[in-house]
Design a protein around this ligand. Structure first.
Ligand SMILES: Nc1ncnc2c1ncn2[C@@H]1O[C@H](COP(=O)(O)OP(=O)(O)O)[C@@H](O)[C@H]1O
Ligand SMILES: [Mg+2]
Length: 576
C-alpha cells in the first residue's frame, strides 16, 4: 500500500527538491498542489508539489524517439532512460533527533512533553494519529535518495488538525485535490489577523467567504460585521449553473445569531427578507475622511478636500448641512473671513449635492442607527448590512467607512479599558469586518487616511480585523498586503495579481505555478497564519449537507408550516 513514488536526486533549501519518479509511477498522476512526504533519515518533510517535468538519460533518445507502436522498446526505456521528475517545496519538518536529544538531557521526559513532541523514534511517529506533535519550519533538506511518499490521511490530520478537535476551533475549509480528508483552518489564529479571499470573478470568492463566515459564527471565534454589497450573505443568493438555483444566506443558517440591516428596505422586502432593520445615516456623521475616500467617485479635486477641512474646522459636525444651504454670497463671505477658496468650495457644494440622492442619507436623524448596530455586535450578534440597489461604489464605500469609523472608535476604547484593567470580563470579543472590492478601500493613494487602512495596519491591537474580498489584489497597498495573515486565493490570471498574493511570503516563487494552475471554480490555495503550511483545497461545497453540518437549524424540528413555506418559496423561485 505504502509504496515510495520516487527518490530525491538533488535540490537546495532555497529552490526546493528535485525528485526522480520510480519506473512504475506515472507522471500523469502527479498534479501541482499535491501534498507529499519525504522520509529523510532524521526527519520527515511535508512538501507541496510545484512542478512536473520529463527527463531522459541520453540526448540520442530525443533525436531518435522510439516508434510509438513499439511497446517493447517503450517499456525498456521507461523508468531508466526516460523518466518523470517532480519538484517539491518542503514546507514543514518533523525531526526525531531533537526528541532523542531532549530525552537524553532530560531523563524524566517532562521537557519533551512540555515541548509537545512525540516521544520515541520515527517508527512511533508513523503510528501517531496527530495532536501531540510539533511541526517545525524547514531548516534543512532530506539527504540524497530519500524516498517520497503520498501523504496519508494521518499526515493531513497531523498538519491540519480535524474539525471536531475539542481543544481548537478548527473549521474544515475543503479537501486536498486528490484525497477525502478535511483541511482545517485554526479559526482562533484566523481571526487574530486580517485575512483575504482573492480570485478573479466567478471563481467562488463569495461562496468561500460565506463558508468562512459560517465557520466563524458556528465556532464563535469572533463576531462579524459584513458589508454585503450585492446582498448575497444575509439572505438567499443565486448560484450559477445550468438551472436557476439559490443558496441560503447566513441569516437562514443562524436565525438567532444574525441581524440584517438594510440601506434599501424596499429591495430587501421584495427579496422576501422579513424583520430586517432599516439603517439611515445623517450628514453630520460624515467626516472629511469619508469624503476623501470617495474622492474619485465624486470627482473632487485635492483643493476641494482641503477646503472641506477648513469648513469642517469652522462649522463643526454640521458642516455638510450648512454648506449645502449656503448661497453664493454666504460662500463669498466665508472665504473673506476664513482662508477658504471660493471656487473650490462651490465645486465641493455642487458635488456633495449628489449625496442628497442617496436614499439612506438623511439631513438629520432623530436616532443614531450606528449605535444600534454597535449594540447588536456588543451583544454577540452578527450583523449583515445590505445595500440593495445602492450597490454602486459611492454608496458602498461611504456607508462602510462612516459605520466602521464609529465602530472602530468604540473598540479602541474597549481595548484600552481592557489593557488597563486586565480583567478578562473586559476583554472585547474579536470583531471581523468583511468588505468587498477591498482594493478600493486599500488603494496605496488613500490607504494612509482611511479607517480600513488603519485597521489593516494596526493588526489585532484593538481586536478588530478585516476579511477582505477582492478580485484585484494588485490594487491593494503592499504594506497592507503584507499584513494579511491568511490568504485564500482562487484562480488568478494576471501576473501582477499573482505577485501581490505572495508579497511578504518567503518561497512564494515556487507557489506561483500552483496558483496559476488552479481550476476555474471551487479550488483555492490557502496559505498563511491559520494553516501550518500552504495547501491547495477543493473548496467545501456550500449545500444542503453543509447547512445541516454547520447551521443552527434542526430540519427535523422545523414546524410543518415553515417546511411548507420553504418548499413553497423554493417553488416560486424556480418559476412554478
Ligand atoms: N464552495 C462552493 N460550493 C458550491 N458552489 C460553488 C462553490 N464555490 C463556487 N461555486 C459555484 O461557483 C459560482 C461562482 O461563485 P461566486 O462565489 O459567486 O464567485 P465570485 O464571488 O468569485 O464571483 C457559484 O455561483 C457556484 O455555482
Ligand atoms: Mg462574488
Amino acid at each position: 500500500m505504502d509504496l515510495p513514488l520516487g527518490s530525491v536526486i538533488q535540490g537546495s533549501l532555497s529552490k526546493g527538491l528535485e525528485v526522480r519518479l520510480h519506473a512504475d509511477v506515472s507522471v500523469e498522476d502527479m498534479r501541482v498542489g499535491k501534498f507529499l512526504v519525504v522520509r529523510g533519515v532524521r526527519s520527515h518533510f511535508f512538501c507541496m508539489l510545484t512542478d512536473v517535468s520529463l527527463g531522459t538519460s541520453s540526448a540520442r533518445i530525443l533525436s531518435n524517439p522510439p516508434n510509438p507502436n513499439d511497446d517493447f522498446l517503450l517499456a525498456v526505456l521507461a523508468g531508466s532512460s526516460t523518466y518523470g521528475t517532480i519538484e517539491l517545496s518542503p514546507m514543514l519538518m518533523l525531526t526525531a533527533e531533537r526528541e532523542k536529544q531532549q530525552a537524553f538531557f532530560d531523563p524524566t521526559g517532562a521537557g519533551v512533553r512540555e515541548n509537545k513532541l512525540a516521544l520515541g523514534n520515527l517508527a512511533s511517529f508513523e503510528s501517531q494519529t496527530g495532536g501531540d506533535i510539533e511541526l517545525l519550519p524547514v531548516k534543512t533538506i532530506p539527504s540524497h535518495f530519500s524516498q517520497v511518499f503520498d501523504a496519508k490521511e494521518s499526515d493531513f490530520r497531523k498538519v491540519f488538525g480535524w474539525e471536531d478537535d475539542p481543544y481548537r476551533r478548527n473549521f474544515a475549509i475543503g479537501k486536498p485535490i486528490d484525497m477525502d480528508v478535511a483541511v482545517c483552518l485554526d479559526l482562533d489564529r484566523f481571526v487574530e489577523r486580517s485575512n483575504g479571499v482573492f480570485g478573479k470573478s466567478g471563481t467562488g470568492k463569495s461562496f468561500l467567504t460565506r463558508l468562512l463566515l459560517s465557520g466563524i459564527i458556528r465556532k464563535q471565534a469572533a463576531v462579524n460585521l459584513i458589508f454585503d454589497m450585492h446582498s448575497e450573505y444575509g439572505w438567499e443568493a443565486v448560484s450559477e449553473g445550468k438551472q436557476f438555483s439559490t443558496v441560503k444566506g447566513l441569516r437562514q443558517l443562524f436565525p438567532d445569531k444574525m441581524q440584517i440591516y438594510t440601506l434599501d428596505p424596499e429591495s430587501t422586502k421584495r427579496r422576501g427578507v422579513r424583520d430586517a432593520q432599516e439603517l439611515f445615516l445623517s450628514f453630520d456623521q460624515i467626516e472629511v475622511e469619508d469624503i476623501a475616500l470617495v474622492q474619485r467617485e465624486l470627482n473632487l479635486s485635492e483643493a476641494s478636500i482641503e477646503n472641506a477641512i477648513i469648513l469642517r474646522n469652522e462649522l463643526g459636525s454640521s458642516w455638510i448641512n450648512t454648506l449645502l444651504e449656503m448661497t453664493n454670497e454666504d460662500i463669498q463671505m466665508f472665504c473673506e473671513e476664513k482662508r477658504g477658496n471660493k471656487s473650490s468650495i462651490m465645486a465641493l457644494q455642487r458635488k456633495l449635492e449628489r449625496l442628497n440622492d442617496l436614499k439612506y442619507i438623511r439631513k438629520r436623524c432623530p436616532k443614531n442607527y450606528v449605535t444600534e448596530v454597535l449594540q447588536c455586535l456588543d451583544s454577540g450578534k452578527n450583523v449583515v448590512i445590505e445595500f440593495g440597489s445602492h450597490s454602486d461604489l459611492l454608496s458602498y464605500m461611504l456607508a462602510a467607512n462612516v459605520i466602521t469609523r464609529r465602530i472602530h472608535g468604540s473598540y479602541v476604547r474597549k481595548a484600552e479599558k481592557f489593557l488597563q484593567s486586565k480583567n478578562p470580563c473586559d476583554r472585547p470579543q474579536p470583531l471581523v469586518i468583511t468588505i468587498e472590492e477591498a482594493h478600493r478601500f486599500l488603494d496605496p493613494a488613500i490607504v494612509r487616511s482611511t479607517i480600513f487602512g488603519t485597521i489593516a495596519r494596526e493588526m489585532r491591537k484593538y481586536f478588530v480585523t478585516l476579511l477582505i474580498v477582492d478580485q484585484r489584489p494588485s490594487g491593494i497597498d503592499a504594506e497592507v498586503m503584507s499584513q494579511v495573515g491568511t490568504r485564500i486565493t482562487a484562480l488568478l490570471n494576471d501576473d501582477k495579481d499573482i505577485d501581490a498574493i505572495f508579497t511578504g511570503v518567503s518561497g512564494g516563487q515556487s507557489l506561483r505555478s500552483v496558483l496559476a494552475k488552479l481550476d476555474s471554480k471551487q479550488q483555492a490555495l490557502v496559505l498563511g497564519h491559520a494553516v501550518p503550511m500552504p495547501v491547495v483545497v477543493q473548496t467545501r461545497p456550500y449545500d444542503e449537507q453543509f447547512y445541516r453540518e454547520i447551521g443552527d437549524i434542526d430540519w427535523q424540528e422545523m414546524p410543518d408550516e415553515q417546511v411548507f413555506a420553504e418548499a413553497e418559496s423554493a417553488k416560486m423561485d424556480l418559476g412554478f
